[in-house]
Write a protein that binds this ligand. Structure first.
Ligand SMILES: Nc1ncnc2c1ncn2[C@@H]1O[C@H](COP(=O)(O)OP(=O)(O)OP(=O)(O)O)[C@@H](O)[C@H]1O
Length: 300
């Protein structure tokens, strides 16, 4: 497996505070890697190290197999990024913003129109960027990052503050960039739901430590959905379900069984009702990131 990004036991401190702790990321080439963690987990700091905005220690950070500390310029040429707010001039149109950057980078202006089309902003090309919606600004920021045709994109919470439409637009754009243009994309978020439909791979960090890394299928295995059952007699309900072969667990006054098929849930319901137990509610639940974190931390 070729790795676009690899960190080997990376550490980083702000004063006394250890913000990145023995972090070993492996981002396969061609993947959309969801870099997940709650606020303050160390995502932005890690991304800044990958961009050498914070100094990358020797032999800890590798971009396409090369030590970033030793091959800084060469590695950074292969990277495009959107960290925090995109650097956009509000008084210029989207097209002018891109032309401006083309001039700075010594790139043909023809790239500007191509990138605007790629991020779906052709119709708004002449509009002042200051009048763009937040989602349009983010897409313009991504177009700016793409001008130099980098192989690897690092996007720090690109959907932060966007409405559902904006989130879908960014999601579709990332999928197109990976599948049609062969880009590798590392995208950070604190919301699993935002990432899981886009990402092929996931890394979860908390307090600078990697708690999980793997494919989205590996993660889904861990976040198996469950069915929560509220009854008037949880103890007897659990015993009955167990006897019928359901691996029923209690969570407070609720019983939880693994999510199977609707017919299977109906069967469990029938079993309980026929035994004279009142079933108040039967509800499929997906573990959210917070619960997944708890689970993953517990297993560590
Ligand atoms: N320049 C700095 N000086 C001191 N501490 C900092 C600095 N930047 C970040 N930190 C601290 O490092 C920790 C990690 O912050 P970081 O921004 O990397 O997290 P994050 O996962 O990106 O969170 P968020 O989703 O809130 O952006 C936090 O406790 C933060 O307060």
């Amino acid at each position: 497996m070729t790795l676009a990004i690899e960190t080997r036991g990376l550490n980083y401190h702000f004063g006394q505070q250890q913000v990145v702790n023995e972090l070993s990321l492996q981002v396969p080439k061609g993947s959309i890697y969801g870099f997940l963690g709650p606020n303050g987990a160390g995502k932005t700091t890690t991304i800044k190290i990958l961009l050498n905005l914070l100094q990358a220690p020797r032999e800890k950070v590798f971009i396409f197999g090369k030590d970033l500390a030793e091959h800084r310029i060469e590695s950074l040429r292969r990277l495009g990024s959107l960290v925090e707010q995109p650097a956009i001039y509000g008084h210029m149109s989207g097209m002018e913003n891109l032309h401006n950057r083309c001039l700075l980078l010594g790139i043909s202006k023809a790239r500007a129109a191509e990138m605007l089309a790629l991020v779906g902003l052709t119709d708004a090309a002449r509009k002042k960027a200051g009048k763009y919606s937040l989602g349009m600004k983010q897409r313009l920021g991504i177009a700016l990052a793409l001008l130099s045709d980098p192989e690897l994109l690092l996007l720090d919470e690109p959907t932060n503050g966007l409405d559902p439409n904006g989130i879908i637009e960014i999601r579709n754009l990332l999928i197109r960039l990976a599948t049609e243009r062969g880009k590798t994309i590392l995208v950070s978020s604190h919301l699993l739901a935002e990432i899981e439909r886009t990402a092929t791979h996931v890394g979860i960090i908390n307090k600078g430590k990697l708690l999980f890394q793997g494919t989205i299928a590996d993660l889904q295995q861990l976040s198996q959905p469950v069915v929560a059952i509220d009854t008037d007699d949880p103890v007897r309900a659990q015993t009955l379900l167990h006897a019928a072969g359901y691996p029923a667990e209690t969570e407070g006054a609720q019983i939880r069984i693994p999510f199977q098929t609707p017919a299977d849930h109906a069967q469990a319901n029938k079993l309980l009702v026929e035994a004279g137990i009142a079933v108040h509610a039967l509800q499929p639940l997906r573990k959210d990131l917070e619960h997944l974190f708890l689970d993953i931390t517990k297993n560590n």
